[in-house]
Ligand binder design. Structure first.
Ligand SMILES: Nc1ncnc2c1ncn2[C@@H]1O[C@H](COP(=O)(O)OP(=O)(O)O)[C@@H](O)[C@H]1O
Ligand SMILES: [Mg+2]
Length: 278
């Protein structure tokens, strides 16, 4: 696939020059095991940054550091130019880092709008009465989801009846509405069928088109990353083995880096050896 041939919407405004997230030589040790060995990367507003790598590469560990679940063993994390010291996931959320996990943190038995506002419900009348402003919540949830593409008509629909793609869109719209400037999507397409995967990729492109939000897209799907990403970082066994913009990387580079940096010829030789019973 030719990367240049994929039309990508123009960014709103000039390309941002300052990263919203800067990861500087971050290390993470679990006992004697080093899961991250000095990882650096920059994430810019209005861009989709694909974080790629095989199982065990350290993607989830890095994401847990960015979202306040783990503290790094060494290295720095800067958010909008300032060093961040997240002590909890709440700190990260408050700093504008919104993470959409694979389980999406949705309750299938509740409605779309109740899920959208879960824990942050709007009320009407005196606060102590705690009367929910359902109309307002319905209106906002529906509008926010439609902005990024969910074809939804009933905000009182139970989440359990929604498609996988619509659920992703709900989780993403919710994170943005509550202030995410950086959106971390952990393998958002991996548990979905092909049609639903496309819906999620479209949602990513609509968020990107806003121009102000940075998206970190974790995937091990090379094709998905090529379809939507502006920038790529490849992790292997806790190290960055390659990075660059889509202009920097030719298709073959991406394929080679996806294979953990091994040359395709090396892989072919190994397969050949296996076929011969080695
Ligand atoms: N809490 C933990 N304790 C010990 N080892 C861990 C822990 N979390 C992850 N690891 C190890 O760190 C390495 C990277 O894991 P992970 O970040 O989950 O990789 P990825 O998400 O790229 O598959 C793996 O070898 C994994 O076993
Ligand atoms: Mg992982």
């Amino acid at each position: 696939m030719n990367l240049q041939s994929i039309p990508v919407a123009e960014k709103a405004g000039a390309a941002a020059s300052r990263p919203i997230i800067r990861v500087e030589a971050v290390e993470k040790a679990f006992g004697a095991f080093r899961a991250l060995k000095g990882v650096s990367l920059d994430v810019y507003p209005g861009e989709v940054h694909a974080l790629l790598g095989d199982n065990g590469a350290g993607k989830s560990t890095l994401i847990r550091i960015l979202s306040g679940f783990f503290r790094q063993t060494a290295g720095r994390l800067l958010v909008d130019g300032r060093e961040a010291h997240f002590r909890s996931p709440r700190d990260a959320t408050e700093a504008g880092v919104g993470t959409v996990y694979q389980d999406l943190a949705l309750n299938p038995l509740l409605t779309v709008s109740r899920n959208f506002f879960m824990g942050r419900e709007l009320t009407v009348g005196p606060e102590f009465l705690g009367i929910l402003d359902m109309e307002q919540m319905d209106r906002i949830a529906l509008a926010e989801m439609r902005k990024i593409g969910a074809n939804l008509t009933d905000p009182r629909q139970k989440v359990g009846t929604m498609s996988g793609g619509q659920r992703q869109t709900l989780a993403i719209a919710r994170a943005i509405y509550f202030g995410a400037k950086v959106l971390i999507l952990d393998e958002p397409t991996s548990a979905l069928g092909q049609k639903q995967q496309l819906e999620v990729l479209k949602t990513i492109m609509r968020v990107r088109a806003r121009g102000d939000i940075a998206i970190i897209f974790i995937t091990h799907n090379e094709i998905h990353s090529k379809l939507v990403a502006d920038r790529f970082t490849f992790l292997s066994l806790g190290e960055v083995i390659g990075s660059g913009t889509r202009e920097d990387l030719e298709g073959e580079d991406i394929r080679r880096l996806m294979a953990g940096g091994a040359e395709i010829n090396d892989l072919a030789r190994e397969l050949q050896a296996a076929a011969l019973g080695a």
